[in-house]
Structure formats: C-alpha cells, structure tokens
Design a protein around this ligand. Structure first.
Ligand code: ADP
Ligand code: MG
Length: 241
C-alpha cells in the first residue's frame, strides 16, 4: 500500500534521510521508533509531500506520488491522512463542522452526506455527543480523536501518525490509542511514529528502528523489544523503557 524506495532528504548540507527503504502492506500497522532528530517526522512528511524528497521514490498503491505535479497534490493528500502531535482543529468551528468541512471542499460531498459520514466517525471515536461542542470545550485527547475522525472522513488509503499522543496528559493517551487500535481492526493501513512502546508491543505488526536517517533494524515487536540485534537499538531501548 505504501512503499518508500531509496528515499533521501537533504536540508542544504545536512543529510537527514540517507536511503530509506520501507514498505507498509495493506492493513498493516507499522510502528517507527528512534531518537529525536533521527528523521522520523521528515520521512512521514515526505509521504504526503509536505516535504520534498531530494531523491528516491514513494508509491501509494501503485501510484508514484513523488512524481505528482504540485498542482495535483491536494487530491493525493486526501488519500494519505495525517495526524500530528498538535491537533490543529479549526477553533471557530464546531466539532461536527471540523469533520464535515474537507469532505465538502475536497470530495464535493453534499452537506447531508458529509454530516452523516461525520456523525458515524464521531460515533466511532466516541464523541458523537460532542458534535455541537467547540474544540476548546474538549480535552486534548478528545480533540485528537476529532482530528483522527477528520482525516478518516476523506476515506484515506493510508494513515500517518506523528507522535499523536505526545502532547497529551497521560490519562488521555489511552483513549487515542484505543481509537487507533479500532482503526487497525477495521483494516486501515497505518504508519505510526510514537514512543508508546507498550502500545507497539500490543498492536504493531512490525517495528522499525531509525537512527541517523537510516532504518537500522526492523522486525516484529517481540523481536525488536525482546531480542534487539544492533547495539544502537539496545542503547535506545535502555533509555526509553
Ligand atoms: P525526528 O522526527 O526523528 O525527531 P526530524 O525528521 O524532525 O526527526 O528531524 C531530523 C533532522 O532534520 C533534525 O536534525 C532536524 O533538525 C532536521 N530538520 C528537520 N526539518 C528541517 C528543516 N525544515 N530545515 C532544516 N533542518 C531540518
Ligand atoms: Mg518528529
């Protein structure tokens, strides 16, 4: 579903990604871990062209998205949902409107269809009763779940998460992880950067360890956490767990 081939990214002289190869199969939840500055966010951002790769190719299904002209990027971005650490809801719009808006503009769905879809998704993330609330009336965990519903409303093929729970108080993290787990059970393809190691052990099909702009090691969670091969991964795990 998502294939990254020989991806390189340089900012001026700094080589941030050095030939990354990574595949995420349909319905797979792939977890990316690694120290701060290792290039995790840059890699995710390349997958919807928020960042332009220096070289290499990225495919979504069989579409080579690294070749898409700039004017056509919006259509591609609908298919690659992204959720950030900061939820970025529109503060002056109700929860419902937040989930409806892009459907109307990007997909040209009529209002009734967009609202129906939005309500179904708000139900799925446990927030149907907050449809008329304003974002500021919600907790951080609730706002993040709305942000997830908003991304899902565009029927993406892949969902990218960049530290979706890092800004949340600890007691709110579980509700967001639960929604992500439900999405996986429904068959969504997901690439997740996160430090929630317990969640990775429980829900990830595969864990990818990045350091210094390369994939150092990847494998099933029980291998990565239980039997790390590289000294860099062992060192990293000794600091985080
Ligand atoms: P991570 O998400 O793993 O913490 P990032 O992808 O955010 O890592 O950053 C990797 C490296 O790229 C860092 O050294 C960072 O300073 C650098 N970097 C990221 N974005 C830019 C940018 N727009 N301009 C210059 N350097 C950047
Ligand atoms: Mg980051």
């Amino acid at each position: 579903m998502l294939e990254i081939r020989s991806l390189e990214k340089r900012f001026d002289e700094i080589e941030v990604l050095r030939s990354i190869d990574l595949e995420v199969h349909r319905g797979e939840l792939v977890f990316v871990i690694g120290p701060s500055g290792s290039g995790k966010s840059t890699m995710l951002r390349c997958c919807n062209r928020l960042e332009e790769p220096t070289s290499g190719a990225i495919f979504i299904e069989d579409r080579r998205i690294t070749d898409i002209p700039r004017k056509d990027l919006d259509a591609m971005r609908q298919q690659v949902g992204m959720v950030f650490q900061s939820f970025n809801l529109y503060p002056h719009m109700s929860v419902l409107k937040n989930v409806v808006l892009a459907q109307k503009y990007a997909l040209k769905r009529n209002r009734a269809a967009a609202e129906e879809k939005a309500m179904a998704l708000l139900e799925q993330v446990g927030l149907a009763h907050k449809a008329q609330a304003m974002p500021s009336e919600l907790s951080g965990g609730q706002q993040q779940r709305v942000a997830i519903a908003r991304a899902l409303a565009l029927d993406p093929k892949v969902m990218l998460f960049d530290e979706p729970t890092s800004a949340l108080d600890p007691e709110l993290v579980g509700s967001v992880l639960k929604v992500m787990k439900d999405m996986k059970e429904q068959g969504m393809t997901m690439l997740v950067v996160s430090h929630e190691m317990a969640f990775a052990r429980e829900a990830a099909d595969r864990v990818v360890f990045m350091d210094g702009g390369v994939v150092v090691e990847q494998g099933p969670p029980e291998e990565i956490f239980g039997n790390p091969k590289s000294s860099r991964l062992r060192e990293f795990l000794s600091h985080v767990s």
